[in-house]
Design a protein around this ligand. Structure first.
Ligand code: HEC
Length: 108
């Protein structure tokens, strides 16, 4: 029984170590450096400069990364999405992960 439990734990840990690196691995400091062009609207720390723009501070990292990918792909449309399509078109996957990590780490 003990062995089986350990085996299950080992499997769970192996699964974690395989799936976690596949998720966003953003670097907060790099994200901050890359956020200069975003600050005019989203504020230096993710608090929007204008109520027409969304706050990003403290938002979920994976959600932020998904939103940026969707703008870049053009699959998130309508509303003010056109603005964000322009600002995401030149972002790499790493840029997106870093920016998502940075804003997620800010105090809301
Ligand atoms: C000119 C102003 C402006 C700039 C600059 C800008 N954004 Fe945005 N951002 C917006 C607006 C407006 C929206 C809402 C778009 C919509 O209606 O989907 C938005 C939406 C977003 C969202 C989705 C938020 C949510 O709650 O779904 C993210 C994430 C985001 N921006 C990140 C960024 C990043 C990262 C940058 C810099 C690379 C950036 N933005 C630059 C105006 C801007």
């Amino acid at each position: 029984m003990y062995v089986i439990k350990n085996g299950a734990l080992g499997l769970a840990l192996a699964w974690l170590s395989i799936t976690l690196p596949a998720m966003a691995e953003g670097n907060i400091a790099n994200g901050q450096a890359k956020s200069a062009s975003c600050a005019a609207c989203h504020g230096a720390t993710g608090k929007a400069s204008n109520t027409l723009y969304p706050n990003l501070a403290g938002q979920n990292e994976a959600y932020l990364a998904l939103a940026l990918q969707d703008y870049k792909k053009g699959s998130r449309t309508g509303g003010q999405a056109g603005i964000m399509q322009a600002f995401t078109s030149a972002l790499t996957e790493q840029d997106i992960d870093d920016l998502a990590a940075y804003y997620a780490a800010q105090k809301p």
